[in-house]
Design a protein around this ligand. Structure first.
Ligand code: PLP
Length: 405
């Protein structure tokens, strides 16, 4: 995998006089030259607005945009391209479901089940919806420092007739937990409960197959999987999309507009009002081709091996608290050093060229559960190396000495 580093021009630089060690991939990944070049090629040759023009460039741009949709469908094994809606990212995808399927189907007294490890973007849209329609929220707990979902109460929770939706993350962005998403979906399906999977941390990091998972909705972001920022995907099962009202109104999503009423196109266009982010969809297409050529299984294995190595080396440091599962974890490791605030760890590491993240990682409820305000987080992708983990340990050891551990 180390040989792939040459595909990422940004990695070859010094930061504050040290070689860059980029370990903030859970926030956003870097982009290979193949994606950067696909974007410039598109802007240099084919750029025009999609779906509207009948000139050559518009035809090419439309073909490229719809080709990207077909590529996404193949990438996540959707049954049809019409199940793929382009969004700005995971957050917008979840808000879309809350504001369309949720508004139409949820009423006072209904329950939305989430888990305690959700990112704010899979909590707040449901809180807004609940406040609007009178639904309640319930949470599947996380087990202590091991950071696994406590499945013992799940059957009981889903048994409640009022539960209409179960939304959960595939991979935790703080704990690195990989959830048994197919099992969770199967349990929900037996009770006719609709499922939404937040795949922000899994898409592009491991194979994501919506038919195998058996979910109704699945959302992810292009920027975390080598694609451009500002483009993401919402997968929705065909049978559900047909009955859902539009998300936003405007150009491109209509069949016919009159002064006082309008009709809509079918999915997915019904959900894509206005000029879509077609150029970045082309970039996302290139990212998916690039990742598929490496192999998603291989990427997952590398993430897991590097994370296991990091976990093992970190656990040998004195005065460290590690979060999340001890094994079977994704490429995310959160930790706290005794007597050193996570922000100080990240600030000093940055001075040594090591990019980490410190904070609540948009997981404030989880932080409260863990009894902390923040953690420091290292997150890996296939271009990271064991040597970079060694450098991280070296820097953390230096920080501990400096702060007197
Ligand atoms: N869900 C999880 C698990 C995430 O890690 C993130 C981003 O960090 C999101 C959702 C939100 O993604 P975006 O900001 O790209 O919409």
């Amino acid at each position: 995998m180390e040989s792939l580093r040459k595909d990422f021009p940004i990695l070859d630089q010094q930061v504050h006089g040290h070689p860059l060690v980029y370990l903030d991939n859970a926030a956003t990944s870097q982009k290979p030259r193949a994606v950067i070049e696909a974007l410039s090629r598109f802007y240099e040759n084919d750029n025009a607005n999609v779906h509207r023009g009948i000139h050559e460039l518009s035809r090419r741009a439309t073909e490229a945009f719809e080709g990207a949709r077909d590529r996404v469908a193949k990438f996540i094994n959707a049954r049809a391209s019409s199940e793929i809606i382009f969004t700005r990212g995971t957050t917008e995808g979840i808000n879309l479901v809350a504001n369309t399927w949720g508004v139409k189907n949820l009423k006072a007294g209904d329950t939305i089940v989430l888990t305690e490890m959700e990112h704010h973007s899979n909590i707040v849209p449901w809180q807004l919806l609940a406040a609007r329609c009178g639904a309640k929220l319930a949470y599947l707990p996380v087990t202590g420092d091991d950071g696994l979902l406590d499945l013992s109460g799940l059957d009981g929770l889903l048994h409640d007739q009022s539960v209409k939706l179960f939304a959960f993350t595939h991979v935790s962005n703080t704990l690195g937990t990989i959830n048994p998403v197919a099992e969770l979906c199967a349990k929900a399906r037996r009770r006719n409960i609709i499922t939404l999977v937040d795949a922000a941390q899994s898409a592009g990091h491991r194979p994501v197959d919506v038919q195998e998972i058996g979910c109704d909705f699945l959302a992810f972001s292009g920027h975390k999987m080598c694609g451009p920022s500002g483009i993401g995907v919402l997968y929705g099962r065909h049978e559900l999309l047909g009955d859902m009202p539009p998300f936003q109104g405007g150009g491109d999503m209509i069949a016919n507009v009159d002064f006082f009423a309008s009709t809509w196109k079918d999915a997915p266009h019904k959900f894509e009002a206005g000029t879509p982010n077609f150029a970045d969809a082309v970039g996302l297409h290139a990212a998916m081709d690039y990742l598929a050529a490496i192999g998603l299984d291989k990427i997952a294995r590398h993430d897991q091996e590097l994370s296991a190595y990091a976990y093992e080396r970190l656990s040998r440091l004195r005065g460290i608290r590690l979060f999340g599962p001890k094994k079977e974890r994704s490429g995310v490791v959160s930790f706290l050093l005794n007597n050193v605030h996570a922000h100080d760890v990240v600030t000093v590491a940055d001075q040594r060229g090591v990019a980490l993240r410190g904070g609540h990682h948009c997981n404030q409820p989880l932080m409260k559960k863990l009894g902390v305000e923040s953690t420091a987080r290292a997150s890996f992708y296939f271009y990271n190396t064991a040597g970079e983990v060694d450098r991280l340990i070296e820097v953390l050891t230096e920080i501990q000495k400096f702060f007197g551990e």
